[in-house]
Design a binder for this molecule. Structure first.
Ligand code: FAD
Length: 160
């Protein structure tokens, strides 16, 4: 099937003779609470592992970096800065980990029923407002504002 979609893959596919040559993907949703220990601070996947269904892992890592930088430059001492960093990212990380967990079976599952819901039901409902907008904000990572707490402001794309 992959060969049909992407014939250039053939030389790589031909090397696979046995199921044991494959490493199956496994996803875990884990969160370091708090995302620091002593003088070590965790950002990105080291702070929150998340299944990749919503494509937000790199975005969340960048938001962590911005939040940490903002907290370090505005808090009065290191302890308060680390607490502020943890607080700034908590809800956004929790929400997107939960959504990614919920969406995982719809993207990767052997269930015909779930595939039917994804391909028929969701694809139809997704065209109806406001679901369209809701789904866009989920895949953009902006279902709740990730910017204000990190000292950032969303760009107004309509002005470009
Ligand atoms: C299949 C898949 C698809 C994905 N798709 C998307 C997507 O479409 N969009 C998106 O935003 N995110 C996606 N992600 C998630 C994204 O790749 C990660 O969330 C992101 O790379 C996390 O960045 P990070 O810097 O925290 O960690 P990493 O990118 O993992 O960086 C950690 C680095 O540390 C290095 N390292 C590890 N141990 C040591 C050590 N002891 N000493 C020195 N260096 C070390 C590693 O080699 C690595 O270079 C996907 C992930 C997977 C698995």
């Amino acid at each position: 099937m992959i060969r049909n979609y992407w014939p250039e893959c053939a030389p790589f596919l031909d090397q696979i003779q046995d199921w044991d040559q494959l490493t199956l993907a496994r996803y875990a949703h884990r969160t370091a609470r708090p995302p620091f220990a002593g003088n070590v601070v965790f950002i990105g996947d080291s702070a929150h592992s998340t299944s990749p269904q919503l494509g937000q892992g790199a975005n969340m890592a960048l938001l962590d970096a911005a939040a940490l930088s903002h907290a370090l430059s505005t808090a009065s001492d290191l302890g308060s800065a680390l607490q502020a960093y943890a607080q700034a990212r908590r809800n956004h990380v929790l929400l997107f980990q939960a959504l990614s967990l919920i969406f995982t079976p719809f993207y990767q599952s052997d269930s015909h029923a779930i595939a039917w819901i994804r391909d028929r039901l969701v694809s139809t409902v997704a065209t109806i407002p406001p679901v369209q907008r809701l789904l866009a904000s989920i895949v953009a990572g902006t279902l709740i504002d990730p910017f204000a707490a990190t000292g950032l402001r969303e760009r107004d794309w309509r002005q470009d």
